[in-house]
Structures are given as C-alpha cells and as structure tokens.
Design a protein around this ligand. Sequence first.
Ligand code: CAA
Length: 384
Amino acid sequence: MHFQLSEEHLMIQKAARDFAQNECLPGVIERDELQKFPAEQVMKLAELGFMGMMVDPEYGGAGMDTISYVLAIEEISKIDASVSVCMSVNNSLVCWGLDMYGTVEQKKKYLTPLAQGRKDGELYLGAFLLSEPEAGSDATSQRTTAEDMGDHYLLNGTKNWITNGNSASVYLVIAQTDVAKGSRGINAFIVEKSWPGVTVGAKENKLGIRGSDTHSILFSDVKIPKENLIKENGFGFTFAMKTLAGGRIGIASQALGIAGGAYELSLKYSKERKAFGKEIMHHQIIQFKLADMATRIEASKLLCLKAAYEKDQKQDFTLSSSMAKVFASETAMWASVEAVQIHGGYGYVKEYHVERLMRDAKITQIYEGTSEVQRIVIGRSILK
Ligand code: CAA
C-alpha cells in the first residue's frame, strides 16, 4: 500500500486547480447571486477533457481513472460547486452509465458527444432523471410510466430537481413499465430534450449551488424508440443504483472540495486577522478548529480515494462510495459553518466566499442519496 499520487495524477490536480483559480473564481459571486449557469466554464472544462474523464477515448472520453476524477472535482469544488455538480452529473451519472451499459450504437450516437461535452460547437450535456415529486429517497416508487406499445415506449410523468435540467440535451430517464413487478418492472431510457412532449419546467430558486440549473421535467406522451432502452427490460432500477454508487464518489469529492475551500480560506484569514493583540491563529480555540478541519478533511479524502481505487480495480464500491459521501458531506457542512464562525462578521458577507461554501455544502447531504439513505446502504452492507 502506498499513499502517493502519480506524476499524472499530480498534473491533473494542478490543471484542475489552475482552472478553478483562473476560470471559476472570476465571477463566482455574481453567478451565485444571479443564478447564472456557468456555460463558459463548462465549455472550457469540455475542452480540457473533463466532461467525460473516465470514458474510453474510442467514445470521445479522456480515458482517465476515477482517482483523477476525484482530484479534479475536489479542486474545482473548492472554488465553484455549481461548476463541479454539472461536471459530476455528466461524468458519473450519464457518461459512466452509458459507457458501462449502453449498446455500441447508443455509445456512438450519445456517449461520444456527451463525453466531449460538445456537439457542432455547442455544449452537449446529460442529466439523470430519477427523482419525482413523490419518489426521492424511496426511489422504487416511480410514478413516471413508460408503457410498452410494441414498437416504442410511451413516456408520461414528472421528474423533479433535475441538475442540468435545461442545459442538457440528453436525459437518462428512469420509469415504471410494469408496476406489478415493482423495482424489477423499472426501465432506463435515453430521451432527447428536443423530442415532442418533453417540457422543461420552472427553474428552482435554491439555497446553494445557485449557478447550477435545476428544473422539473415533464413528459406527456413522449415516444421513445425501442433502441433507446438501456440494456434490457427490467434493468432500470439496478441501472440507477449502480450509476448512483459512482455518482456518490463525485458528490463526496465535491463535498471534500467545499470543505477544503472553507479550510484554506480560514487558514489564510487566521494568519491575517488580529484580535486581542495577536493573529487569531495564535488563539488555541482557532487552532483547535483548524486542526479538526484538517483532520476530518484528510479522512474524507482517504475515503474518496479508497472508493475511487475500488471502482478502478473493478471491485464492488457501493459501500465505500456511501461511506465517502456521508462522511465528506457532513464534514463539508460542519467545516463550512466553522469557517463562517472563524471569519466572524466578514464570514457573513458574500465577498469572503465562506457563506456561499456553507450554502453549497448543504446539498451534498441531500442529492444523490441523502445522508439517511447512505446510512441505509452502509447498514445493509455491514449487516449482510
Ligand atoms: N446494485 C444493484 N442492485 C441493487 C442495488 C445496487 N447498489 N441496490 C439495490 N439493488 C436492487 C436490490 O437487490 C433489489 O433487487 P431484487 O428485487 O431483485 O432483490 C432492488 O434493487 C430493490 O432494492 P431495495 O429493496 O434495496 O430497494 P429499497 O426500496 O429498499 O431502496 C434505497 C433502497 C437504497 C433506499 C434506494 O431507493 C436509494 O438509493 N434511494 C435514494 C435514491 C437517490 O439516491 N436519489 C438521488 C436522485 S439522483 C440526483 O440527485 C441526481 C442529480 O441531479 C444531482
């Protein structure tokens, strides 16, 4: 066992760090305030090969490993979690799922431009549509239906809280085909946003990751060609669970980055800010906060890297990705609150960035499976 990153990993980490500083930091406060989707930043990420990092180059990807992906998401999330969630969903929930389970035709038609993040010079993104108004954590209770009509499926229903909802061109939609079969009657489909019957609902006005575009998506008698079914009839719920296990590594890394960003800003501020005649870093109460932040962040990082390693080794990473997500997201929430506290009154205003990190941290405990769901997954796994 060794704890060192390779030269290649260090290069990717540096490229992501430079990208975050040079491309994401300028305008991050304004994008948050105006809820502006970071289209320019995402386009540049696509040019760097970061929108399909783990996809085979044969299908437009960068052919990198999951460790590289963790490092890149972490660095970008230190600065702008709205950019990193767009990247995480496209990489993990969309590209990885298609790469693993798509047919050659599906990969050529959809995965290639999705992994490149571009088509005909325009952004080309994907979204993952599982959650519904009445099916969030209880994901088997799908109300969206995909009726088998013989030569096609007919899709009806509503999906909620969809990341990249408006900016995506392709949706991976989970829907119920045979309700009597429960989770085994669920299917996964590739649906194009431009098809008749697809409507993008209102944009959510969110607490955090305000640059990310989150919408409800409505389907009314949408005809899905049979060849757009993913893998086979009844595979949809397993597809969602397998894909989400990978997605949770992305969100854990995002949380790790948010925590790291909060910590780095706090460390810097503690060295500059004076109170009671000395820099506040010399007060033990501040040192203890920083020490706990550094320790919890290190533990989060090891969990993220372990999950990534297992995924790269083709081992079962369901348990480790849930552990990484629950631990890193709770670290992000706690560390960002502490960061605001260390900054005092400055922490409560936008210019110092930590209040945004605190607002962004919260969603990492909710999306791609709440902390409670992660504990269900962990509990079931350790009690087997
Ligand atoms: N891999 C393969 N199969 C799996 C699996 C996995 N990881 N987990 C479950 N399954 C299978 C089970 O074996 C079972 O199959 P059988 O019926 O053949 O035995 C079937 O799926 C149903 O599983 P459960 O009985 O365990 O299902 P459950 O109703 O108890 O739910 C759950 C389990 C873990 C709570 C699951 O519903 C879950 O993960 N919920 C959270 C969903 C979620 O993460 N939503 C996030 C939305 S996406 C998002 O946020 C994207 C975005 O835009 C950012």
